[in-house]
Write a protein of this length. Structure first.
Length: 417
């Protein structure tokens, strides 16, 4: 999203539309920058509490709904969707997983979520399907989502009357006047930059020395549950999208490219890293290849004046722990409660305490994602000692009820309350 935090410099050829006109200001209670899971879920939760919002999204609806993303939903996310009227398709098309398999040293060990967490589980339901459900529900409820906007500017967020200027999809200048602003504009955020660093904002960042090479393939399921495989050649993950479409990943160098991975090499490497007693990768036609970088990031605080951040605009995690979208949903659940209290009573305690309320969950997820990544991935300079140490760690963790419980509790997610 093209984003600026101050006045625009009018240069020849910049910020000019032939049909640009100033329209009367739009008014709402909460202006939301970004129409991903965080922004759309926040708008939905606020609506249920009788609070108006306008969502501004740079992409078209087709682009938003067509961007394929993985999705492993924690029990909390599933429960929230069901409880707030978003569970119909999820219930029909989502795959409930009551466990996960760790493979190392040629054998697999299952982590039974249900028995270790009092019946909690996860559901495989892609992020783009969650977004489709949210958009459909917001529009059926009369919600205001502005797709295809550009030149978004937030003004006055440290005062009493913030407003958001933007160019709509028809090239017209618009302005949203609101009481509160939420930045849900993803990891390439511009709203985060409105919190001055380092005077106010501190950024915590870690880059990892590996990436994931991901494929989508028309193939039978390798396993009914996810397989996390440790191998001295590198990590591998076997997951599923539908009974006929599978999503698999291989650990690769961050500078690797899809051009270096013909189909034959991909299947050969997956077989090497996963196959063994009780498991064999099922092959099929590969129709998508991507390289995904790894990093951990957290900014503190997640608020400044009347501006509040949620989701990837404030934090990102490695995908190993399947926490990204779940953290975003947890953020906006907490934020919606704080905003509801503010609009109904005028009490700012929830708003003022927003960062402190969400940070423990965020850092817990950061730890779990880092731990899973470090335990399962092979470092570029790994020695035989390092490999054997990882195998011993996996043996200790999966070989005791306490270790399995630690994985299970973190994987299915702590309750929101």
């Amino acid at each position: 999203m093209s984003f600026t935090s101050g006045a625009v410099n009018f240069r020849p050829g910049h910020y000019v539309r032939e049909n640009k006109v100033n329209k009367p200001a739009l008014r709402t209670q909460v202006g939301i920058v970004g129409g991903g899971p965080a922004g759309l879920m926040l708008a939905h939760l606020l609506h249920l509490d009788g609070i108006d919002s306008i969502v501004l999204e740079s992409r078209s609806r087709d682009e938003v709904e067509g961007t394929i993303r993985a999705g492993v939903l924690e029990q909390n996310t599933v429960d929230l969707m069901v409880d707030t009227g978003l569970g119909d398709r999820l219930g029909r098309e989502g795959f409930v997983h009551t466990g996960v398999e760790f493979r190392f040293a040629g054998e697999g060990r299952r982590i039974d979520f249900e028995s270790l967490t009092d019946g909690r589980a996860v559901t495989v339901y892609p992020q783009h399907e969650v977004i489709k459900d949210l958009i459909a529900r917001r529009l059926s409820d009369g919600g205001d989502i502005r797709f295809g906007v550009s030149e978004v500017e937030v003004h006055g967020h440290t005062g009493e009357s913030p407003h958001i200027d933007f160019i709509d999809s028809d090239g017209h200048a618009q302005s949203v006047h609101c009481s509160l602003v939420t930045g849900c504009d993803g990891s390439r955020t511009g709203t985060r930059e409105l919190i001055p660093a380092p005077a106010v904002r501190t950024d915590h960042f870690k880059k990892y020395p590996f990436a994931w090479f991901g494929i989508l393939a028309e193939a039978p399921q390798t396993s009914e549950e996810l397989i996390y495989a440790h191998h001295e050649r590198g990590f591998a993950l076997c997951s599923t999208r539908t009974p006929d479409v599978q999503r698999h990943y291989l650990q690769v160098d961050p500078n690797d490219s899809v051009d270096r991975w013909p189909d034959e090499r991909i299947w050969e490497e997956l077989h090497r890293r996963v196959d063994g007693d009780g498991a064999e990768v099922k092959e099929g036609r590969i129709f998508s290849k991507t390289v995904l970088g790894f990093r951990s990031f957290v900014c503190e605080p997640m608020q400044h004046g009347r501006l509040f951040l949620a989701g990837d605009s404030a934090h990102t995690v490695p995908p190993t722990g399947a926490k990204g979208m779940n953290l975003a949903i947890a953020d906006v659940w907490m934020l919606s409660r704080a905003m509801s209290s503010y609009f109904s009573t005028g009490n700012r305690d929830g708003l003022d305490g927003y960062t402190a309320a969400v940070m423990p969950r965020i850092w817990r997820a950061q730890h779990f994602s880092w731990w899973m990544s470090s335990m399962l991935h092979t470092m570029p300079d790994a020695s035989r000692f390092d490999i054997q140490r990882q195998i011993a760690e996996l043996d200790v963790v999966t070989g005791s009820e306490a270790g399995r419980t630690l994985i299970a509790e973190n994987y299915v997610g702590a309750p929101l309350v």
